[in-house]
Design a protein around this ligand. Sequence first.
Ligand code: HEC
Ligand code: HEC
Ligand code: HEC
Ligand code: HEC
Ligand code: HEC
Ligand code: HEC
Ligand code: HEC
Ligand code: HEC
Length: 428
Amino acid sequence: MVKQICLFVLVFTFLLIFFNSILFSDDEPCVQCHIKISPGQVADWRTSQHFEEGITCSTCHGEEHNSKENVNLVQFPDEHVCGECHDTQFEQFKKGKHNFGWTSLNALPVTHVEPDELMEGGRGCGGCHNMGIKTEAQKKELREKGYRYQNNSCDECHTRHSFSKKEAQDPRACQQCHMGYDHPQWEMWSSAKHGTRWFAKENGRLPKEAAAPSCQNCHLPNGTHENRTAWGFLGVRLPLPENPQWAADRITILKALGVLNPETGKPTPRLEIVKAVDMARLTDEAWQKERDKMIETCNKCHSKLYAQEQLEMGDAIMKKADRLLAQAIDIVADLYKDDILKKPDNYSFAYPDFLYFMRTGSGNLKQASYIEQVLFQMYMKHRMRTYQGFFHVNPDYAYWYGWAMMTKDLGEIRELAETMRVTYKLKK
Ligand code: HEC
Ligand code: HEC
Ligand code: HEC
Ligand code: HEC
Ligand code: HEC
Ligand code: HEC
Ligand code: HEC
Ligand code: HEC
């Protein structure tokens, strides 16, 4: 009897393994070999829906490579490969802002004077901006520089090889990029009421049904992969506002972004780049469309009036922040005008240029003067925090890390300019 049971168990187990491997393609040569070479990866893939559906290594990587001698023949699937089975998400993604990540990065002048490792290499700028379907020319550039990976941006939110939906629904999937110096959305959200509630739900202190908006609820509502906000990152838009002071201030900021010629006020070729990668909303309608979508989202939990008022206050703060920034730009621009600051070779105009960032001084680019670094920080760090903090309902970021720091920067710029003028006179 014991013998028979043992035999039965043995045969059953054998059959189970046999059918399991046929059904789930576990016997693929890729898996057989890679279970020894990179076991963690295979284990991870086995947790995925893909594994359940019989989608195996070769579905995505091709069949040409089959030994350690021909690793170079392996294919790395880009978004089109995912799109063959997930065309809805692919098409939505294509229309959204994430699809411009790589292109907008490469459109900036600063990118071409910084170390490649921090760009194509996939750390620094390139690490977060590996978003967007690359053109053949962009892929060729990557390969020619010797960089083999970064062919896919779908794996930025549902990471390989588990490719999980649940993982991408977690705001921490956004944290890796939406954090830090100039876009601390993670820090702002997670330490304000909306985020606090989300974590309270997560650890069971609030019931599952409690209202707590995540990044995804507000920015990728109903599972869409198309993302865009009204103001965008740069916090500028067209047409110019009716208020004359705000209009003048925005023109000053657009000059420092290099999209308006500081001498003539006419658009420069950079405006075309900004347009091409959808960096700013260029009509009232385009802006209002995104704003209305957002209010609809807030309205799931708040009254419409409440939401409208909250967001309009954000717009008002933008206007006041622009007043501070424009004054600072003018002070630095006057130093250029009076020849106290000299135009770097790379610059198109003798005028501050935000899109060269901190100007590290590599190549033939002169290191930025201290006053220009303070000005850049005022724009890129503190103005960002002022309005982003407001929109993400974070009191401390909006005031202490944002507005208060902007006023400090302006004071510092005034004093530095005075000192520089005196020194200049003395030297003459
Ligand atoms: C006989 C063993 C063997 C087989 C079979 C095999 N591989 Fe590999 N594979 C390797 C080795 C060895 C490497 C290099 C690993 C390393 O660098 O650590 C590799 C690397 C890879 C890489 C990464 C390449 C890179 O540049 O980082 C991928 C992707 C890959 N294999 C996929 C597959 C797929 C898909 C199959 C089946 C079609 C497969 N492998 C079959 C041994 C194998
Ligand atoms: C659904 C598609 C898909 C499947 C299935 C898949 N991969 Fe991948 N794999 C990717 C993507 C996407 C990348 C990243 C490509 C890039 O960065 O250019 C990748 C990268 C890799 C790499 C190189 C990076 C690293 O982390 O080492 C290896 C090795 C690899 N896969 C092995 C495997 C093996 C083994 C299997 C089967 C167990 C498998 N893949 C199944 C999509 C897939
Ligand atoms: C050959 C077809 C095929 C390819 C190629 C493919 N998938 Fe899938 N994927 C599926 C199927 C089938 C499912 C199961 C659920 C479904 O029917 O949508 C799935 C499920 C998913 C899910 C949801 C998993 C969950 O937890 O619910 C994600 C995310 C996903 N795939 C991402 C990707 C990404 C990213 C790529 C490219 C690197 C890719 N897929 C390539 C067929 C494919
Ligand atoms: C791998 C890095 C990365 C991850 C992960 C990521 N993002 Fe982004 N996100 C970016 C980059 C880069 C941009 C700017 C794209 C560009 O250059 O146009 C961006 C832009 C955006 C914008 C558009 C802002 C505007 O200008 O209107 C929104 C909204 C957004 N992301 C939300 C999210 C959410 C929500 C998540 C998580 C589900 C997320 N992102 C995950 C890198 C990332
Ligand atoms: C930690 C991740 C990360 C790093 C590092 C990073 N970025 Fe970004 N970048 C983002 C995110 C996220 C956004 C969108 C932020 C937002 O809309 O608030 C963005 C926005 C941008 C935009 C504006 C895109 C648009 O359409 O509005 C440009 C241009 C840009 N980054 C260039 C760079 C350059 C150049 C570097 C390196 C010097 C860099 N980034 C480093 C994540 C990063
Ligand atoms: C910015 C983060 C992000 C990126 C990048 C991203 N996804 Fe998603 N994806 C999500 C989120 C969030 C969900 C969950 C949506 C929901 O709640 O229904 C999701 C869900 C999915 C699902 C499951 C759909 C379902 O309801 O079963 C698939 C399939 C998928 N994504 C494919 C892709 C593909 C293909 C790409 C690349 C073109 C991609 N994703 C890029 C965030 C992302
Ligand atoms: C309660 C809704 C809500 C949540 C939750 C939320 N945001 Fe936002 N987000 C907004 C609003 C409102 C704006 C400004 C929209 C506009 O321009 O009118 C915004 C703007 C943005 C922008 C554009 C630049 C900026 O900051 O103004 C990015 C990028 C972004 N959010 C990412 C995120 C990320 C990542 C998370 C999660 C860590 C998140 N948001 C959580 C509502 C939300
Ligand atoms: C999924 C539900 C949900 C969504 C969507 C949502 N909120 Fe909230 N919000 C809450 C909850 C819950 C609170 C906490 C209520 C309280 O303060 O007692 C809150 C609090 C607030 C507060 C008060 C914060 C404080 O410190 O007192 C503001 C302002 C706010 N939300 C604005 C918005 C705006 C603007 C939007 C849309 C961009 C939005 N919310 C979207 C649920 C939501």
